[in-house]
Design a protein around this ligand. Structure first.
Ligand SMILES: NC(=O)c1ccc[n+]([C@@H]2O[C@H](COP(=O)([O-])OP(=O)(O)OC[C@H]3O[C@@H](n4cnc5c(N)ncnc54)[C@H](OP(=O)(O)O)[C@@H]3O)[C@@H](O)[C@H]2O)c1
Length: 200
């Protein structure tokens, strides 16, 4: 699968590594593809990874993962709306302190034909690098065929996907982030904290 990852930092770099190793073609869309950290990341991932401008990374991508600062999201989505609309978009960003922590309002405004998902936002990046076996990862978004793709991509990172509902449930993932912060930081349980749903 051809995937564009906007941002090549903790989140973009970690998840990109997992997806490249799973056999996907990953192109990091960044402001400066020549930046040494970006170049060494791409080199370490081999033939399945490359870096380019955001516009070039979006060309031909089936899926786009957003891993840039939350406060830059509205501008990025508006600037690349024609290239993003109709694709599978994943919002892993957190715009802490803003009216909406997720960027679904901007997706709804600028990319009305995209399949939009909220996930990878609610754990520290360490849980994507070295997942606890059996841990769940919640996701919300478009209730359509693209859910299969999201579940595959979550599994490729080493977590178990749990669908919590449609586009109207995106803010639930912001709440999960709040719970994660309260336990990992507030209750000093540590950043390697993940959730598991039990039923019987
Ligand atoms: N860190 C975590 O554990 C964690 C967990 C879940 C979700 N998140 C969310 O994931 C997102 C990324 O976090 P991170 O920890 O990966 O951050 P990071 O390590 O600082 O990486 C941020 C990336 O975004 C790029 N970037 C910065 N400003 C940009 C702009 N205006 N336009 C385009 N690209 C820009 C940076 O590129 P340059 O090198 O050019 O600055 C870098 O590649 C944030 O929204 C964060 O809230 C983080």
């Amino acid at each position: 699968m051809q995937i564009a990852i906007l941002g090549a930092g903790n989140i973009g770099g970690t998840i990109g590594e997992k997806w490249a190793k799973a056999g996907h073609t990953v192109r990091f869309g960044v402001r400066d593809p020549q930046k040494p950290q970006v170049q060494s990341l791409v080199k370490s991932l081999g033939a399945n990874a490359s870096a380019s401008s955001i516009a070039d990374a979006l060309r031909g991508a089936k899926v786009v993962l957003f891993a840039i600062p939350g406060k830059t999201m509205a501008e990025a989505i508006a600037a690349h709306a024609p290239a993003l609309d109709g694709r599978i978009l994943i919002d892993a960003t957190n715009n802490i302190g803003a009216e909406s922590v997720n960027s679904f309002p901007a997706f709804k405004q600028h990319t009305p034909n995209a399949s939009i998902y909220r996930t990878f936002n609610c754990y520290g990046w360490e849980n994507f690098k070295n997942p606890i076996p059996g841990a769940d990862l919640f996701y919300a978004g478009t209730d359509g065929a693209a859910k299969k793709t999201i579940e595959q991509l979550i599994s490729d990172v080493g977590l178990h996907p749990v669908y919590v509902g449609g586009v109207d449930q995106a803010a639930l993932l912001d709440g999960v982030l709040g719970l994660w912060f309260a336990l990992a930081g507030g209750q000093k349980m540590g950043r390697k904290l993940a959730f598991k749903v039990l039923t019987n």
